[in-house]
Design a protein. Structure first.
Length: 316
């Protein structure tokens, strides 16, 4: 029987992941030192007895350079601070030692809320983790506990691939997602900044974005996106709008040099593209004319390429 893979993310909450990374021989529990009362107080949640748990100075914590979440709003932080003031901190932050400081792995919102409350110390779970494991744990924390908008999520996956030389397949395995989910998320980063902003602020859904990615010209895509928002079009209406745009471009000769597909054939080509994209789990573009054409399959990294080759029955 083949040995089981060591998977960090599948089927586990952040607590289960941290338990794996906790030091093998945690220091013996000692009575906490008495400190001066903070300027503001919150009920103390009972975490004593949990391996790796410590109480650390709020000022000794530094944020993670791989923090995926970028849109933490002041209102959101104030609501969390009010909750902590009333109910206490139910889940400690997660940190690793970095020199004389503690680098955040998970819990940036909680740490910032403690700063708002002007509390001196914060409950934390100290763990040992490599740079890669710390980045993965931080991303999983955001996905499972605090939530990410689709663009921040995609950028988190892209960071793991770019900064830690992971394949899309390994990222999917580490965070407990299917490979097509990672591939579809990464496609969102092909959007220009304006459309990424619309998706991040929920003015466009991921479904809308996928349809608009079928328009190659960025300027035209932006015009269509603004119309979708202004007219509050659903995804199906957006598909019809994009098809109409493609037909009009072909009829007026704007793109005829690249694609001489007749309007009647364009709908068929679009259907084929959707079916192939679903089959391969990656974006597929079909460029068709009366005499010839080509099919382009996109992939993210070597692992994704290998998966597509297997689908095609090709040995690398």
């Amino acid at each position: 029987m083949a040995p089981k893979k060591n998977r960090l993310g599948r089927g586990l909450g952040i607590g289960g992941l941290i338990a794996k990374a906790a030091p093998k021989n945690p220091p013996a529990a000692t009575a906490p030192a008495k400190t001066a009362a903070p300027a503001s107080t919150a009920p103390a949640a009972q975490h004593q007895g949990i391996p790796g748990f410590i109480e650390i100075a709020v000022t000794s914590v530094v944020p993670s350079p791989t923090q995926a979440r970028q849109d933490i709003t002041p209102n959101e932080l104030q609501e969390l601070a009010d909750s902590i003031r009333a109910e206490g901190l139910l889940q400690p932050i997660v940190v690793r030692k970095q020199g004389d400081k503690y680098q955040l792995i998970a819990g940036e919102r909680r740490w910032r809320a403690f700063q708002i409350l002007k509390l001196k110390t914060i409950p934390a779970r100290l763990t040992t983790a490599s740079d890669t494991s710390a980045a993965v744990l931080g991303l999983i924390e955001n996905l499972q506990r605090e939530g990410l908008n689709p663009i921040d999520e995609a950028q988190g996956y892209a960071s793991l691939i770019r900064d830690f030389k992971l394949t899309a397949e390994i990222v999917a395995d580490r965070v407990g997602k299917k490979r097509p989910t990672i591939a579809n998320a990464l496609r969102l980063l092909q959007l220009d900044a304006e459309l990424q902003g619309y998706v991040a602020t929920n003015r466009l859904s991921v479904g809308h974005a996928k349809v608009l990615l079928g328009v190659d010209d960025a300027a035209q895509r932006a015009l269509l996106a603004r119309r979708v928002i202004a007219e509050a079009l659903n995804v199906r209406d957006t598909e019809l709008l994009v098809q109409k745009h493609k037909h009009a471009a072909a009829a007026t000769g704007k793109g005829a040099a690249k694609n001489k597909t007749a309007p009647a054939d364009a709908a068929t080509v679009a259907t084929i593209e959707r079916k192939l994209t679903s089959h391969f789990g990656s974006r597929v573009a079909v460029h068709h004319t009366a005499k010839k054409g080509k099919i382009v399959i996109e992939y993210a990294g070597n692992g994704d390429l290998q998966r597509i080759l297997e689908k095609l029955g090709v040995e690398a």
